[in-house]
Design a protein around this ligand. Structure first.
Ligand code: COA
Length: 247
């Protein structure tokens, strides 16, 4: 199972679980993620979501092989369903990051309410290096969070950054020792699960309201460019180069 989900004590855990491929996300996994968020959103037993990876990796982002073979087409594509679900989730989202968070592995964090990361975790958004452009409204959210120049280093040069840099930029709440990340994040989830759900949802809605329209618009605009770039020779060549190196 490449996405592992479970519900206990009000916490819906959604885990990337494809360690042999560094938790790279296929279309089927995007669908499972979208379904878990939508179903959990309707389930009264779910008060909060915890998104996490495996011990040494959060996720290497889009599965490049899968993207090459089955590029996303319309808005109903699993990847766009996932981006819609995570950006509009009404219940709190907590993320626990260990190891690499590449591409959407970093951009999805911009939609989480709280992010905890291990000292060894590394973040990167190498979209331009792959002939692509940002997604998940990160072209709007990351400059707003980190400041334009720091966002430009990360999004134009695709330079990776450390957990402490991510914390400095406001992407990560707290940096922890590797063996404490999940336990700490679960503790924060338990605190949230004990609070009145309606208050949490209302508070989150009020905090997010000002950006909701611009996020949806930016995500749609990014999607148009992303789909076009995905079919351009630069992206195909970059994907093949990675996959040949791996072969
Ligand atoms: N898509 C498809 N397969 C991927 C993948 C991805 N995004 N990331 C890793 N894998 C696969 C590798 O091909 C390899 O498969 P193999 O064992 O069958 O050869 C396996 O996962 C292990 O990856 P490897 O590169 O050997 O691990 P590493 O520890 O040396 O490096 C990363 C880890 C994440 C730095 C590196 O895998 C990487 O850069 N991946 C691509 C990230 C990326 O560009 N994502 C897309 C963003 S839009």
């Amino acid at each position: 199972m490449s996405i592992a989900t479970s519900i206990e004590n009000g916490i819906c855990r959604i885990g990337f679980n494809r360690p042999d491929k560094k938790n790279a996300i296929t279309a089927a996994m995007y669908q499972a993620l979208a379904d878990a968020l939508v179903q959990g959103g309707k389930d009264e037993d779910v008060k909060v979501f915890l998104i996490h990876g495996t011990d040494d990796c959060f996720t290497a982002g889009n599965d490049l092989q899968d993207f090459l073979m089955n590029p996303p087409q319309g808005d109903a594509s699993p990847v766009f369903q996932f981006l819609h679900a995570i950006s509009t989730a009404e219940k709190p989202l907590v993320a626990a990051v260990s190891g690499r968070a590449v591409g959407v592995g970093t951009t999805l964090l911009m939609h989480c309410d709280m992010v905890y990361a291990s000292e060894q975790s590394k973040f990167s958004m190498p979209f331009a290096q792959l002939g692509l452009c940002p997604e998940a409204a990160s072209s709007y959210l990351f400059p707003a969070l980190a400041g334009y120049q720091r966002a430009a280093e990360a999004l134009l040069l695709g330079e990776s950054f450390s957990a402490s840099q991510a914390q400095e930029m406001g992407l990560v709440n707290r940096v922890l020792e590797a063996d404490q990340v999940i336990a700490y994040a679960l503790g924060q989830c338990s605190k949230l699960a004990a609070l009145p759900s309606t208050s949490l949802r209302t508070t989150k809605m009020l905090m997010k309201k000002g950006n909701a329209k611009v996020i949806a618009e930016r995500m749609a605009e990014e999607g148009i460019h992303f789909k076009a770039l995905l079919n351009a020779p630069e992206a195909k060549a970059a994907f093949k180069a990675f996959l040949q190196k791996a072969a």
